[in-house]
Write a protein that binds this ligand. Structure first.
Ligand code: NAD
Length: 300
């Protein structure tokens, strides 16, 4: 691959938009496509070239990066409706950063291999702030050789790059992480709610637990109680951040994965049900830390 490969970037949402922006800032030539034209325009103002379809975006591309919502979108893009793998030149590299089912990731990677296209699954952790700051964690599934080809690009968008194993392994690791994240977010909301019901100041209680054995990321970095911490979604009515419906999707993936292997995931199952209830009550687009409102029995 030449020093600066031409890149097609597909999916410019909350995550893909800032990730593409970091590649543009690093000097890469990007052709971009999203179903939402305002997202494309935002990338164009940073120097990207707009394409009017995914198929048009991959013409001449040596690397294709996608950041789409879920398995159905990724399979539709690469295999079904758009059948992009038939348009991508053999020898190219595909990096799918979406969080999707390990099965879907393996299916697309198999089809890519059959066309002599390299592919890695590279879901991310670090949220929209990490995407903007270029400090994402990439959790990669695929061969070492393909990961090494992708590394220079991943380094422009992230800080930590882990190789979890073969195709699909990145997705498995990501799903395990997000199941644990949901569980400790709910537990943190529950503990703060109990303390507050007994008259404790949630800020003081957070400080105590952060220096005690209950400490965890939801408590210390992403506190769900409004006013305890600045610059977190709880401080802006749970706007932005990582949506309840995306968390619900990831918990659904965890449940599917546990069924496949008969792994026991009782807490993950409770977490999926609580997030499903929260979503049904209208919280789907709020940040996932808004689960505090469900625990507190408060209106949205
Ligand atoms: P998003 O909904 O903001 O963005 C997805 C984008 O994909 C949208 O702009 C949509 O128009 C576009 N899209 C859908 N189908 C398309 C198609 N066929 N062709 C072109 N564009 C298409 O979602 P997001 O928050 O950016 O999340 C993307 C992925 O990253 C998800 O799998 C999510 O689970 C994962 N993720 C999100 C976060 C977060 O904090 N938001 C954190 C880690 C991982």
């Amino acid at each position: 691959m030449s020093q600066a490969p031409r890149i097609a970037f597909i999916g410019l949402g909350h995550m893909g938009g800032p990730m593409a922006a970091n590649l543009l800032r690093a000097g890469y030539a990007l052709t971009v496509f999203d179903l939402v034209s305002s997202a494309v325009e935002a990338a164009v103002t940073l120097g990207a070239k707009a394409a009017d379809s995914a198929a048009a975006a991959v013409i001449d591309a040596q690397v294709v990066i996608s950041m789409l919502p879920a398995s159905a979108h990724v399979e539709s893009l690469y295999l079904e409706e758009t059948a992009l793998l038939e348009r991508i030149a053999p020898g190219s590299l595909v990096i799918d950063c979406s969080t999707i089912s390990p099965d879907s990731a393996r299916r697309v990677a198999r089809a890519a291999r059959a066309r002599d296209i390299a592919m890695i699954d590279a879901p991310v952790s670090g949220g929209t702030a990490g995407a903007a700051a270029g400090t994402l964690t990439f959790i990669v599934g695929g061969s070492t050789e393909h990961l090494e080809r992708a590394r220079p690009l991943l380094e422009k968008m992230g800080k930590n790059i882990f190789h979890a194993g073969d195709s699909g392994a990145g997705q498995v690791a990501k799903i395990c992480n997000n199941m644990l994240l949901a569980i400790h977010m709910i537990g943190t909301a529950e503990a703060l709610s109990l303390g507050a019901a007994h008259g404790l100041d949630p800020k003081v209680l957070s400080e105590i637990m952060a220096k005690s054995s209950g400490r965890n990321w939801s408590l210390e970095v992403y506190n769900p109680w409004p006013g305890v911490m600045e610059n977190v979604p709880a401080g802006r009515n749970y706007d932005g951040g990582f949506g309840v419906d995306l968390m619900l999707k990831d918990l659904g993936l965890a449940m599917e994965a546990s069924l496949e292997t008969r792994a026991s995931t009782p807490m993950g199952s409770v977490a999926r049900n609580l997030y499903a209830l929260h979503s049904r009550q209208g919280a789907g687009r709020l940040d996932f830390s808004s689960i505090l409102r469900l625990i507190e029995g408060r209106a949205l």
